[in-house]
Design a protein around this ligand. Structure first.
Ligand SMILES: Nc1nc2c([nH]c(=O)n2[C@@H]2O[C@H](COP(=O)(O)OP(=O)(O)OP(=O)(O)O)[C@@H](O)[C@H]2O)c(=O)[nH]1
Length: 359
């Protein structure tokens, strides 16, 4: 168990302006055997039964022991407020047990949470699993899923976690899902009545396991010369009547998921960059663009670990049809001065500076 799955309610942030980078409402996540979903008031009795167990509580920094029953109700209510504020996501891990309909068979197995530190662009992972469900791989299955979700949907560059120095099981779990050692520290443990030594862990987007390779790669390599292959990608800055630029968020499961980018994609064999862009804009945004409306603007040339990206960037001010997120990707119309608030792939940095000066 990682130490910080705070089960005592924390204050909500002051009601400031809506955050343009705030994530959309949480949609339940599924893994092979588990569901991760918002906690509901009716989970309180089960939550209390599972967490009011010394073997569980002793590994968690903010959980008192014994755990008062009404704290479970308060905690669940506070998780909903924190999630609505985009501040923390403390969620139920459930699985199916016994016979009957899926609804009847759904049981609470544990909890998993992320608490965001917006200033540091990071979030802290915490989780626990009820003792009855130990030894079934619930922790790694749920934690790997939430970590992949976090990088794609929360505006963070880093996730952190900690585990008691003697909690080797939790340390191993964190290592298995991509966390690296980040030293040692000390944390207050409510149930232990004081500070305890912990191991610290951290991971970035680059530590996520690589997504499975696409079945049929288009033909992205320009040449097979020694060294890295050159990947040709055509991208477009769509500019609306107010001079705002469209950014799209790379969806979960793709490399660099969660970063914001210019719509576009790989140039297929036999395609011109313009034809590729017209196809991609139709596929991704359901808009029709004429080649004459694509104005070459600049290009990115950037060495990634596995390939070298060559990416012409076009400007486009005219298209037909409403811009639609066909692939469910988040979209944002962004003023040029605000572009740098959005985390983008490293190749895009010089393009952003050029666009800001030009627009
Ligand atoms: N579209 C786009 N791709 C970018 C940008 N910046 C950047 O580094 N890239 C990189 O260019 C590559 C584009 O690949 P992609 O996966 O989006 O291409 P695609 O739409 O053809 O996807 P697919 O292979 O899943 O069909 C990725 O490695 C991506 O990280 C950008 O601003 N826009």
């Amino acid at each position: 168990m990682a130490t910080t799955s705070p089960l005592a309610p924390t204050a909500s942030p002051p009601g400031d302006e809506p955050d343009p980078l705030a994530p959309p409402p949480f949609t339940p996540l599924r893994t092979e055997r588990l569901t991760i979903r918002p906690l509901r008031p009716e989970d309180a009795a089960d939550l209390h039964r599972l967490v009011n167990d010394w073997e569980v509580a002793k590994t968690l920094a903010r959980v008192p022991f014994p755990y008062p029953r009404d704290l479970a109700d308060e905690w669940i209510a506070s998780t909903r407020a924190q999630m609505a504020a985009g501040q923390a996501w403390h969620l139920a891990i459930t699985g199916l047990e016994g016979a009957g309909t899926a609804e009847e068979r759904e049981v609470l197995v544990g909890c998993i949470g992320l608490t965001r530190d917006a200033a540091k662009r990071e979030a802290e992972l915490g989780y626990w699993v009820g003792r009855r469900f130990w030894g079934h791989g619930v922790g790694p299955e749920a934690a790997a899923r939430i970590v992949s979700w976090a990088f794609a949907h929360i505006d963070v560059d880093r996730l952190v976690a900690s585990a008691l120095v003697d909690n080797e099981r939790s340390q191993k779990l964190l290592g298995r899902i991509g966390f690296r050692d980040a030293g040692e520290g000390v944390r207050d443990f409510v149930a232990r009545g004081g500070p305890m030594p912990v191991k610290l862990f951290a991971m970035t987007r680059a530590d996520l396991p690589a997504p499975p390779a696409a079945p049929a790669a288009p033909a992205p390599a320009l040449e097979d010369a020694p060294g890295k292959k050159i990947l040709l990608v055509a991208a477009c800055a769509l500019i609306d009547g107010d001079g705002r630029v469209l950014l799209a968020r790379r969806p979960e499961g793709k490399p660099l998921a969660g970063l914001w980018e210019f719509p576009g994609g790989k140039v297929h064999a036999g395609e011109t960059p313009e034809a590729a862009l017209i196809r991609e804009l139709k596929e991704e945004l359901a808009i029709d663009v004429a080649e004459s409306c694509l104005a070459p603007f600049a290009f990115a040339s950037h060495g990634y670990e596995k390939f070298h990206l060559l990416m012409p960037l076009y400007l486009c001010r005219r298209w037909s049809g409403p811009v639609t997120a066909v692939e469910g990707q988040a979209l944002a119309w962004v003023r040029p001065q605000k572009l740098s608030d959005y985390a983008m792939p490293p190749a895009d940095k010089p393009l952003v500076a050029l666009l800001r000066d030009f627009l």
